[in-house]
Design a protein around this ligand. Structure first.
Ligand SMILES: C[S@@+](CC[C@H](N)C(=O)[O-])C[C@H]1O[C@@H](n2cnc3c(N)ncnc32)[C@H](O)[C@@H]1O
Length: 212
């Protein structure tokens, strides 16, 4: 795909190029500000962490947190530039984290991942997130590029489909909230993120917290 070729040709400029391209669609630093304002988590887990962009933005804002990112891509954590003392990247399926973590995570992040997953994979992601998150105070932040009527939404879709080359299944904000609540998650907050309204995040409390 065009995106992969351009990234290969960019050589040492690849991180800056990848960041500028993503930045046109999504302000990850502003997202990290919102996440950091949620509290002071000890353990953060990111499912589908990709090359480490969110970890780069978030870890300086959470100096006491340990971070584990997992991704099925062999390029996991490849562009991470922070300290590896607190950050760990694992190549594998999210279920592997269940045996890896000693304690539940205060914060589980799933950023622009769900729309890459088919129905069975999404079910697995919801289930793993529920098992990873601390049962009472823990939070899942689900960030998606949500389907809406804005031109930029369609540009994002075309970019993923024809430049990145990904098979994507974008859904509306209501769809994601329904998927969450049907599985027992409770909505605690939601954020419309910069710079476009298609960037939307749900802050969810786990099914176990709803029963209390
Ligand atoms: C668009 S990237 C987002 C990466 C990162 N979360 C970020 O925001 O920079 C989507 C990532 O989800 C990963 N992914 C898709 N399905 C997954 C699954 N079932 N388990 C773990 N990672 C998955 C892909 O490999 C890819 O790296």
């Amino acid at each position: 795909m065009i995106g992969r070729l351009v990234r290969r040709l960019a050589g040492p400029f690849e991180p800056a190029l990848a960041s500028a391209y993503r930045g046109f669609f999504f302000n990850i630093e502003a997202f990290a500000d919102r996440i950091a304002a949620l509290g002071r988590p000890q353990q953060v887990v990111e499912i589908g962490c990709g090359e480490g962009a969110l970890a780069c933005a978030l870890l300086p804002r959470l100096p006491a947190a340990r971070y584990v990112g997992i991704d099925i891509s062999p390029r996991v954590g490849r562009l991470f530039q922070g300290s590896t003392e607190r950050a760990q990247f694992i190549h594998g399926d999210a279920t592997q984290l269940l045996s890896h973590l000693r304690a539940r995570a205060d914060l589980v992040l799933v950023c622009d991942v769900m729309h890459h997953a088919d129905e069975a994979a999404r079910e697995a992601l919801w289930s793993v997130a529920a098992q990873l998150v601390e049962p009472l105070q823990g939070r899942l932040v689900l960030k998606e590029w949500v389907r809406n009527r804005t031109p930029i939404y369609h540009l994002g879709y075309l970019s993923d489909r024809y430049i990145t080359g990904d098979r994507v299944r974008y859904q509306t904000r209501d769809h994601w909230l329904r998927e969450a609540t049907q599985r027992g998650w409770g909505l605690r907050d939601e954020w419309s993120l910069k710079p476009w309204t298609a960037n939307h995040a749900l802050v969810l409390a786990p099914p176990s917290a709803q029963a209390v």
